[in-house]
Write a protein that binds this ligand. Structure first.
Ligand code: PRP
Ligand code: ADE
Length: 178
């Protein structure tokens, strides 16, 4: 049972689950699905992740797949729209495309070329920042579309994997560093 004044760190410690050797040996996987599934947890992390950027963005971008949960809720809460940044081959119209590597593999992210107008201020949300490969790829997509990256919000930042350094020059807000 959470105490009434639980901090976001206490909430994340209580609800998140660490899975050793997933999806491959040596990776300590931080599973936030129990946080998303908790009524207090979801509201709390969404409110806290968008708060530092209030008034500074026009649209919220979610990175497939776990970033979609945060971005849709964040857009709804702030009365903005949500843009989906998807893995390769999922968007039906013309896209910008960026390859990247992450803690446990390589992939490609895509953005519909006309989902955001040039000049749009974009808040990018995702659950975990590890190497920064995924968010870095999304930053490049939006900049190729002529947008400004207003900020980057993540629930967990895995320290020591270089994500924040890779995003130097951008506003990065993490609810917890582990
Ligand atoms: O900072 P990085 O090293 O790039 O790693 C972080 C990314 O890895 C995970 O996504 P994953 O590609 O596993 O996709 P999923 O959300 O579809 O499971 C996570 O949700 C971030 O998007
Ligand atoms: N260790 C990790 N746990 C959860 N998501 C991740 N994305 C990249 N590394 C991760």
């Amino acid at each position: 049972m959470p105490k009434a004044s639980e901090t976001v760190t206490e909430l994340l410690d209580r609800l998140s689950v660490v899975v050793p050797d997933y999806p491959q040996p040596g990776i300590s996987f931080k599973d936030l699905t129990p946080v998303f599934a908790d009524p207090t947890g979801l509201r709390r992390i969404v409110d806290e992740i968008v708060a530092p950027f209030a008034g500074d963005f026009d649209v919220v971008a979610g990175l497939e797949a776990r970033g979609f949960v945060l971005a849709a809720a964040g857009a709804y809460a702030t009365g903005t729209g949500m843009v989906t940044v998807r893995k390769k081959g999922k968007l039906p119209r013309e896209v910008h495309s960026e390859d990247y590597s992450l803690e446990y593999g390589t992939a490609t992210l895509e953005l519909h070329r006309d989902d955001v107008a040039p000049g749009t201020r974009v808040l990018i949300l995702d659950d975990v920042l590890a190497t920064g490969g995924t968010v870095g790829s999304a930053v490049r997509l939006f900049e190729r579309a002529g947008c400004t990256v207003a900020g980057i919000g993540v629930v967990l930042e895995l320290a020591g994997l270089g994500g924040r350094e890779r995003l130097a020059g951008y506003r990065v807000h993490a609810l917890q560093k582990v």
